[in-house]
Design a binder for this molecule. Structure first.
Ligand SMILES: Cc1cc2nc3c(=O)[nH]c(=O)nc-3n(C[C@H](O)[C@H](O)[C@H](O)COP(=O)(O)O)c2cc1C
Length: 185
């Protein structure tokens, strides 16, 4: 796929087939993610891959419970209360793979660098018919001390991007956006 077509057609995908993303493909995507620019050349990223469906479902339930119990701390999530209350709703949209990007806080630039890496991975995945979605709903659950310890993430790494992924079940139309605001030209 041509790079401009890739950028122009990439959407957040929330419906996936059962096809498993191979280890080789995941490692290739991560490698492509790390080709981005990186503040002071620090490459502050680290990754966790989760492919265990039971763990993914359980993380969704834990995240929903936590958010519903703490909704007052997250005014920008009030609009999603009904989704979070629905027993059928999986915050990961029943994806069979999660790719989590953590940033080393020893680099001042870790949020920017890891977000750029996430963008590269999303675009590269799109070109391989793999859909991705950034899952902000998971940002607390996947950044707890307990979760990080379980997955070998050192304390000084903070979660930047929780991403669900899977082969696309359906293709969406290209994104529509508002006119960009140009403050001056
Ligand atoms: C920081 C961030 C957090 C997001 N969190 C969620 C989320 O928790 N759940 C979800 O389904 N989509 C989430 N999204 C996807 C957005 O809803 C989506 O990008 C937006 O609606 C535009 O749609 P598009 O990406 O298909 O163009 C998130 C996107 C970003 C960049």
């Amino acid at each position: 796929m041509d790079i401009l077509e890739c950028i122009n057609s990439k959407r957040s995908i929330r419906a996936y087939t059962d096809e498993i993303i191979s280890e080789e493909t995941l490692m290739n995507l991560i490698e492509l993610g790390t080709k981005v620019s990186t503040g002071s050349g620090m490459e502050p990223w680290g990754f966790v891959i989760i492919k265990n469906k039971d763990e993914i479902d359980s993380l969704s339930e834990t995240s929903k419970k936590y958010l519903l119990e703490n909704l007052e701390k997250y005014p920008y999530l009030h609009q999603y209360e009904e989704w979070l209350k629905s027993p059928e709703y999986s915050i990961f949209n029943h994806a069979n793979t999660l790719l989590l990007i953590y940033g080393n806080t020893e680099s001042h630039w870790y949020v920017y660098d890891c977000s750029l890496a996430a963008g590269n991975i999303m675009l590269a995945a799109h070109s391989m018919e793999i859909g991705t979605c950034w899952i902000g709903f998971a940002e607390h659950t996947l950044n707890t001390k307990e979760f990080k310890e379980k997955h070998g993430v050192p304390e000084q790494y903070e979660l930047v991007c929780p991403m669900s992924m899977g082969y696309m079940k359906t293709k969406l139309t290209p994104p529509k956006r508002k006119e960009p605001i140009i403050f001056s030209k």
